[in-house]
Design a protein around this ligand. Structure first.
Ligand SMILES: Nc1nc2c(ncn2[C@@H]2O[C@H](COP(=O)(O)OP(=O)(O)O)[C@@H](O)[C@H]2O)c(=O)[nH]1
Ligand SMILES: [Mg+2]
Length: 399
């Protein structure tokens, strides 16, 4: 089965896309031989089955961070047929740095510009076609929370997985390119029989990547001295290590791409922002907080009283009915009445009060008011030695 991996920075919407594609039926797995967990499941894309993998969010794919290096090695292991690189469109320049690293790796790639709504809200318009042309891979816009663009992105990445189109590597400054070219010309033999291009290995060796350094040593790469000299030369010329030079090259290229394909207008201030600024106002925010809490408890008690009266009436009349069947002066009547009143007490509180209370709380949580209340109360709660978030158990405590 064709295997597709979702790769992107944390919070760019990978899991949202994953759930749209596989419909909330997923298994957790570990990357082979590691503690890095990912989700996988099968999806039906244009009538064909494909395995979709939701990898943990990653900012880069260098070997400095173990989890990121393990994610990268998994992508390079040849087990993944194509990558859907999800980018938060409202943070395009940052996202592109990871895209450039994926392009270097040469895996069939499709870019999904997600959160187009957020970008638009910030006044950012991205020319997806121009970006696609500059990167040399398909670019699909999406608003994953509303399911927009998800099917197109999946179809596009599936096509890439089948056709294996050539992925053009990003081109860096001429001095860096010169070093890459020189080194890769010596790596042709070493790279033979691996999944990696000489260019990729050269870049990784210049970065000082431990995985690739070990790999070329094992494969009998003889020019370690030349490599060391080139790495020293980079430090002399640029005043920083090869790893930092390549990171800054990618950063620079990302900014350049970002500027070429993006137009920045004025952000739209929607209803949501207006309501937000009122609710979070340093003065009125507290008045709204008091009013919302007052309204919330008032509603719970009003609704509760409405439900409680008939329930209690039901139990009272059953006690009355009992008195006609059993002599009220016996111990049996006394015990049965106690049982009925005990049950009535529990049901009379849980049903009318606790259920509306918890429902209301869930609504406040879902519309995002509870975290805002936590933020609002932070200063105050710190005065009594607590975190703002602890206002939430205070409210639930009334349950
Ligand atoms: N506004 C907006 N929010 C989105 C979109 N896609 C995902 N989100 C939200 O962004 C948050 C992070 O998404 P998630 O899928 O968990 O990101 P992941 O960390 O990449 O897996 C969630 O609250 C999503 O509901 C989108 O297109 N627009
Ligand atoms: Mg996720």
């Amino acid at each position: 089965m064709i295997r597709i991996a979702l790769v992107g920075q944390p919070n760019c919407g990978k899991s949202t896309i994953f759930n749209h594609l596989v419909g909330y039926k997923a298994n957790t797995s570990n990357l082979p031989g590691t503690t890095v967990e990912y989700m996988k499941s099968t999806a039906l894309v244009e009538g064909k089955k494909a395995e979709v993998i939701d990898l943990p969010g990653t900012y880069s794919l260098t070997s400095l961070d173990l989890a990121e290096a393990q994610t990268r090695n998994f992508l390079l292991s040849g087990e993944v047929d194509a990558v859907l690189n999800v980018i938060d469109a409202s943070l395009l320049s940052r996202g592109l740095e990871l895209t450039l690293q994926l392009l270097e790796m040469g895996i069939p790639l499709v870019v999904c510009l997600n959160m187009e709504d957020e970008a638009r809200r910030k006044g950012i318009t991205i020319d997806a076609d121009a970006l696609s042309e500059r990167l040399g891979v398909p670019v699909v816009s999406a608003i994953a929370v509303r399911g927009i663009g998800v099917k197109q992105a999946a179809a596009s990445v599936l096509a890439a997985a089948k056709d294996h189109p050539a992925v053009p590597p990003p081109v860096y400054s001429s001095d860096v390119e010169h070093a890459i070219d020189r080194l890769s010309s010596h790596l042709k033999e070493t790279a033979g029989g691996t999944n990696f291009s000489p260019r990729l290995i050269a870049i990784k060796l210049l970065e000082g990547d431990a995985f690739f350094t070990d790999l070329v040593r094992e494969r009998g790469f003889a020019e370690i001295d030349m490599l060391e000299k080139m790495r020293e030369r980079i430090v002399q010329l640029r005043g920083r290590s090869g790893n930092e030079v390549l990171a800054s090259e990618r950063h620079h290229l990302s900014m350049q791409l970002f500027e070429e394909v993006t137009t920045i207008g004025s952000p739209t201030i929607g209803l949501r922002d207006r309501v937000d600024s009122l609710l979070m106002h340093p003065f009125f925010g507290y008045i709204f907080f008091a009013a919302i809490m007052y309204g919330f408890f008032l509603l719970v008690f009003k609704v509760g009283a409405l439900i409680e009266a008939p329930i209690m009436g039901l139990f009272d009349s059953s006690v009355d009915a009992l008195a006609t069947v059993i002599n009220p002066d016996t111990i049996w009547f006394f015990m049965l009445r106690g049982t009925i009143q005990g049950v009535a007490g529990a049901i009379g509180i849980v049903l009318p009060y606790l259920i509306p209370f918890l429902t209301g709380l869930a609504v406040l949580e879902d519309i995002g008011y509870l975290p805002r209340a936590g933020y609002l109360m932070d200063v105050f709660m710190h005065k009594i030695g607590l975190h703002g978030k602890s206002v939430i158990p205070f409210i639930t405590g009334y349950g």
